[in-house]
Design a protein around this ligand. Structure first.
Ligand code: GLN
Length: 321
């Protein structure tokens, strides 16, 4: 028998599968090879149940969805005060690749935009660079519950074309935000963005955040609980760049999108949501991803300030399944 949640995500899938607006990202040439018709949805609950539909097994690069997880790692390694000397927690209201720092502090506005993520990459990089990349890949594998790897073609493609990010990095070197290992920081950042994941991986990573840092299936403690609140807050206010306010208003969940076409949402202590569809709007967010998340959140009453299903709405739906 098909469960209620499975039926709901299948309905959401069919409601949006013919939505063909948006364009696959091409500014990183290798991303242009993605199939625009791909569309997958996956939900992973904190009690370890997984619901998937469509192209949920299709791998793609995580891109900016690496940013909250790298921020978590920096907080764990450096602590709050030291990390926040290099990055703020204010929404910028500007595109993800803006070449700007907060003029009052000279820090990047937050860790969800490129400048902040490069600053964070410089904090968690190691010597040699491969060691820092490996530490990130392993941590993400623990959160996903399987071994993950880097897409070398995407990494190469972004490394040779990513001069805008290089400009941001050198601006931050000039302002004392990152150290002189600029190319190493960029290598760490580009590698993080090139991690291959599928919808199930992302849903499980989101569910690990929702589950206070413990992977709901493997039961492994992946993240330090102390900093998850920090990460979810910045995801809530900054996760969708210059769409962040609109997203918080309409969907009401901590979330993060990436130009690979992925998007995650976290329902605290309940469920991780992931959608993949590579056609993006002009802000770099997945068109079907946003549409599907809006419908899932509205249908299940998941908005953080939803009054009708106070507190435990997703778990109530599960119980009714
Ligand atoms: N690697 C991409 C970049 O730096 C990530 C951007 C994104 O996903 N929004 O441009």
């Amino acid at each position: 028998m098909i469960t209620l949640i499975q039926q709901i995500i299948e309905d959401v899938y069919s409601n949006h599968k013919d939505l063909n607006e948006g364009e696959v990202a091409t500014y990183i040439p290798e991303l242009g090879k993605a199939n625009g018709s791909h569309f997958g949805i996956c939900l992973a609950s904190v009690d370890g149940q997984v619901f998937s539909v469509g192209d949920w097994e299709q791998e793609f690069t995580i891109q900016s969805i690496c940013k909250p997880f790298a921020f978590q790692m920096a907080l764990e390694e450096r602590g709050r005060d030291a990390t926040l000397q290099h990055v703020g927690v204010e929404p910028s209201g500007d595109p993800f690749n803006s070449i700007e720092l907060d003029p009052r502090t000279m820090r990047p506005y937050n860790a969800m935009i490129n400048a902040g993520a490069i600053a964070i990459a410089s904090l968690i990089k190691k010597d040699p660079v491969e060691a820092g990349v490996q530490a990130f890949v392993e941590k993400m594998g623990q959160a996903a519950g399987r071994t993950l790897r880097i897409d070398e073609a995407v990494l190469f493609s972004e490394s040779v074309t990513g001069n805008r990010n290089r400009a941001i990095a050198y601006l931050m070197l000039n302002c004392g935000i990152i150290d002189a290992g600029v190319e190493a920081s960029l290598r760490q950042y580009f590698s993080q963005c090139s991690l291959l994941v599928n919808c199930r991986d992302l849903a499980m990573m989101a569910a690990t955040l929702a589950n206070m840092g413990v992977n709901p299936v493997t039961k492994e403690r992946v993240f330090d609980f102390e900093y998850i609140r920090d990460v979810l807050t910045v995801m809530f206010t900054c996760g969708l760049y210059d769409y962040a306010g609109e997203w918080a208003y309409r969907v009401g969940l901590p979330a993060k999108s990436g130009v690979g076409g992925g998007i995650i949402g976290v329902v605290n202590r309940q469920v991780g949501i992931a959608v993949y569809s590579p056609r993006l709007d002009d802000k770099g967010n997945s068109v079907r991803g946003i549409a599907a998340c809006k419908e899932i959140a509205a249908h299940l009453g998941l908005h953080a300030f939803e009054f009708t299903n106070v507190g435990s709405s997703f778990m109530q739906w599960l119980n009714e399944s």
